[in-house]
Write a protein that binds this ligand. Structure first.
Ligand code: PGA
Length: 247
């Protein structure tokens, strides 16, 4: 089974209409590998704007959403609202949501279930912190995070699993291709044992953490690396190079 390469950009809380408009112009005009699914994660206030400006072949993602359709939840947005803006994806469980905003595994699981039930695709993020890697518990941590996500997924066709070691995010310290491959392979084996062989073979497991034009090609050549979630470099023309890593 071939898994379509998936490259997500995570713009985080960056950019304005001017700079994002220029970035989108670059992306719309670029030659993108047609064998790659591309999705840009925009700040919620710009979802409508970004969806209206980006070429239809490029997907858009929200960077977060809440676990219910509507109500008295000041400051939150729902999957229904995201869909209403013509946006079909959401990033959930990003390490900044987990570690800056204190989101629990349980909440991320509930959000995942609700987003999927409402027809969004979910880029579900997991990853160990540096002290956890150094303590030799990387597997334990990422399996536990994956289990909570898996418990909330019925249709894996709409899920992309993003392995993002926290120590590699925004640090300029990309995981080596071997480090990434090792964890991706173990995650796929976990899915085989705990979900099904078909899901293990079909789910895209993408890598995130300081991916750049310089590091993307070797990472992309790893057997179990099915794409990237890109932060800093997704705000630069270099993002096109990363999208075309396998071309
Ligand atoms: P980075 O961010 O590429 O800037 O390390 C990745 C992410 O947070 O998804």
């Amino acid at each position: 089974m071939t898994r379509k390469f998936f490259v997500g950009g995570n713009w985080k809380m960056n950019g304005d209409k001017k700079s994002l408009g220029e970035l989108m112009q670059t992306m719309n005009g670029a030659k993108l590998d047609p064998n790659v699914e591309v999705v840009c994660g925009a700040p919620s206030i710009y979802l409508d704007f970004v969806r209206s400006k980006l070429d239809a072949k490029i997907g858009v993602a929200a960077q977060n959403c809440y676990k219910v359709p509507k109500g008295a939840f000041t400051g939150e947005i729902s999957p229904a609202m995201i869909k209403d803006c013509g946006v079909n994806w959401v990033i959930l469980g990003h390490s900044e949501r987990r570690h800056v905003f204190g989101e629990s595994d349980e909440l991320i699981g509930q959000k995942t279930a609700h987003a999927l039930e409402n027809g969004l695709g979910v880029i579900a993020c997991i990853g160990e912190k540096l002290d956890e890697r150094e303590a030799g518990i990387t597997e334990k941590v990422v399996f536990a995070q994956t289990k909570v996500i898996a418990d909330n997924v019925k249709d894996w066709g709409k899920v992309v699993l993003a392995y993002e070691p926290v120590w590699a995010i925004g640090t300029g310290k990309t995981a080596s291709p071997q480090q990434a491959q090792e964890v991706h392979e173990k995650l796929r084996a976990w899915l085989k044992t705990n979900v099904s062989e078909a899901v293990a073979n079909s789910v895209r497991i993408i890598y995130g953490g300081s991916v750049t034009g310089a590091t993307c090609k070797e990472l992309a050549s790893q057997k179990d690396v099915d794409g990237f979630l890109v932060g800093g470099a997704s705000l630069k023309p270099e993002f096109v190079e990363i999208i075309n890593a396998k071309a």
